[in-house]
Design a protein around this ligand. Structure first.
Ligand code: SF4
Ligand code: SF4
Length: 401
């Protein structure tokens, strides 16, 4: 029976505009799927995605787990005989899918276009200025020892940021569920809530060990260079650096509100040490990513606006955090308080807009990994039934999800 294909040419043009090379170069040889360290026989990629984008099959390609299972090792592009850049196409698809699943959709569009940047930064600036005006702190900077809470009280920061981040988390959960639902209805089929719950531990273990990034290196098919040999270590630095900063912020809040241990805390305090070490690790990871992206631009391809937006905001957030501490210790009142203001604006941008920036990969990639782990867990039994084998034998032949 003939299948009716309705190509979405707008979608294809959008992917090409996000630095995907000329798709017509691809002649579907399948080399990319064969060399991909993360591709599996049950859901091979990225060859089929190249065809789907070429045919304008927007919903089909965006509802596949593969676009987020890809960890951008660029091995496929290094071996593609036609220079079709499948790794760039997969990156462009992820970029597009963030806007496609964003809830509300206008926020996805706003974070995807540089012309809205002023407005997006303006929102927290106005919010904080209104707070300062309400507190009567716009007349001048607080006198005496530098304590940031004298300028913008911690309680206000906690309330405003908790509410805003709570809304962001709800939006992220909604976006992630939309993607999960799309995967359920597409290609590999539905998995039940119990199957998803059963896959949580395996998914968390893969996330905390960053195993897929490691597999990109461990399962490389040959010696051809990509620009991403650094990816596992650099991503580990970003992941644990950011996690350390989240633990630090939470510990400070607990210290202040549960134990009445007010800021500023001394530099030798373990929580301070954790915060400073985490910030340094995060900056080191960001520096490696940025340097490799810029230094090997020929292989990395054109970096998109969303790539640089996340790298820049993350770096500035960490750097202004250090600058706040340094200027406070140096007693530079005129610099310390404004720097703290800028730091709070950046923290707002990073955390409240995260469902719409590249940072949202924590949601979409986790959803794809969870779904795929649930599918993989059911496959041994199905294969065993097909082959008339015990399930354990079939499991041994299954590649890692
Ligand atoms: S992207 Fe390259 S390697 Fe992959 S199928 Fe097309 S031509 Fe072959
Ligand atoms: S970039 Fe790496 S993980 Fe992604 S499709 Fe290509 S080879 Fe596979």
């Amino acid at each position: 029976m003939a299948a009716l294909i309705e190509p979405d040419l707008e979608f294809k043009r959008a992917i090409l505009g996000l630095d995907a090379p000329d798709l017509t170069a691809c002649y579907q040889c399948g080399t990319c799927s064969a060399v991909c360290p993360l591709s599996t026989p049950d859901n091979p990629f990225p060859r089929k995605e190249m065809a789907w984008v070429n045919w304008g099959l927007k919903e089909r390609v965006l509802s596949n787990a593969s676009i987020w299972l890809c960890h951008q090792c660029a091995e496929c592009s290094a071996y593609c005989p036609r220079g079709a850049g499948p790794a760039s196409v997969m990156a462009a698809l992820r970029d597009f899918s963030v806007r496609h699943y964003a809830a509300p959709a206008f926020m996805g569009r706003a974070l995807g276009a540089p012309r809205h940047l002023l407005l997006l930064f303006g929102a927290p600036v106005v919010l904080l200025l209104l707070l300062l005006a309400g507190l009567g702190h716009l007349d001048g900077l607080p006198a005496g020892r530098i304590v940031f809470a004298k300028f913008i009280p911690d309680g206000w920061v906690e309330v405003i940021y908790s509410l805003a981040v709570g809304l962001a988390l709800a939006a992220a959960a909604w976006s992630g569920l939309r993607y999960l639902n799309a995967m359920q209805q597409a290609g590999q089929g539905r998995v039940g809530a119990a199957e998803l719950a059963g896959a949580v531990v395996a998914t968390l273990r893969a996330i905390f060990s960053q195993r897929n990034f490691k597999d990109c290196t461990r399962k490389r098919p040959g010696l051809r260079k990509t620009y991403r040999e650094h990816a596992h270590r650099a991503h580990l630095a970003l992941f644990y650096g950011f996690l350390g900063l989240v633990i630090t912020t939470t510990s400070v809040a607990v210290g202040m509100y549960v134990f009445d241990y007010q800021e500023p805390w001394p530099l030798w305090h373990p929580v301070k040490i954790l915060g400073n070490a985490s910030g340094a690790v995060l900056i080191a990871g960001l520096a490696v990513f940025s340097w490799r992206r810029a230094a090997d631009a020929a292989r990395a391809g054109k970096s998109t606006y969303t790539d640089w937006l996340l790298l820049t905001v993350l770096a500035l957030t960490a750097l202004t955090g250090f600058a706040c501490e340094a200027t406070r210790l140096a007693g530079l009142r005129q610099v310390a308080y404004p720097t703290y203001f800028v730091h709070l604006v950046l923290v707002f941008f990073l955390l409240v807009y995260f469902p719409y920036t590249k940072f949202s990969h924590v949601v979409y990639r986790s959803a794809a990994m969870l779904y795929s782990a649930a599918i993989a867990a059911r496959l041994p039994a199905a294969r065993a039934a097909q082959a008339g084998l015990p399930a354990a034998d079939a499991a041994r032949s299954l590649p890692a999800a």
